[in-house]
Design a protein around this ligand. Structure first.
Ligand code: GRF
Length: 203
């Protein structure tokens, strides 16, 4: 299974996926990294890892449709089967989501459906939750919505700041995303409507 990763920035989750996919028995190959921002730090890491990269800047297009068509075309040219969003900061249009339906994953830094959107760690602290975490889900047109593939829980301490909590969650993200992608790429996890079924043996 060929995977294309979309990023906008740092790309630490992208790096975790690239690292995991180096294992000979990993069921997916990272074939392409696309960024909508030319200055994204992740592009350099991908190039250093020998992965093909491309910049498709939304600023170069008259509208969202043509920007997304350019991404769609590049992904198809590269023979991509699955897309992983990894810190990709543009909301994808329904037509794009439909074109890649059940074949697009996203990682979000909260235990969905809690804390959709931005600033999840500060909001989790403000809400006083004792457990926080991260989620890999199948992308639907609504932001941070869609069938859940895998989640990891992280304890919240009374001493936590948004930064310390973010760092703990990020560590969990880097373990969770490679695991979730492997589940989907190997067929051990299957999207059934709005839920994901995971083989009992694989849990
Ligand atoms: C991660 O926290 C991810 O969950 C969120 O954006 C952040 C991206 O970080 N969607 P990175 O670019 O993968 O380092």
């Amino acid at each position: 299974r060929k995977v294309g990763i979309l990023i906008s920035g740092r790309g630490s989750n992208m790096s975790a996926l690239i690292e995991a996919a180096k294992q000979p028995d990993y069921p997916a190959e990272i074939a392409l990294v696309l960024s909508n921002r030319p200055e994204a730090a992740g592009l350099r890491h991908a190039t250093d890892a020998g992965i093909a990269t491309g910049v498709i800047s939304h600023r170069d297009f008259a509208d969202k449709r043509s920007f997304e068509e350019a991404m769609d075309e590049r992904l198809r040219e590269a023979g991509i089967d699955l897309i992983c969003l990894a810190g990709f900061m543009r909301l994808l249009s329904p037509w794009f989501v439909d074109a890649w339906r059940d074949r697009t994953l996203n990682i979000h830094p909260s235990l969905l459906p809690s804390f959709k959107g931005l600033d999840t760690h500060a909001r989790a602290l403000a809400a006083g939750v004792r457990v926080h975490g991260c989620t890999v889900h199948i992308v639907r047109a609504e932001m941070d919505d869609g069938p859940i593939v895998a989640q990891a829980a992280v304890p919240v301490s009374s001493q936590d700041t948004a930064e310390s909590l973010a760092a703990r969650v990020l560590g969990a993200e880097h373990r969770l995303y490679p695991h979730a992608l492997a589940l989907i790429a190997s067929g051990r996890a299957i999207v059934e409507g709005e839920r994901v079924r995971v083989d009992a043996e694989a849990v």
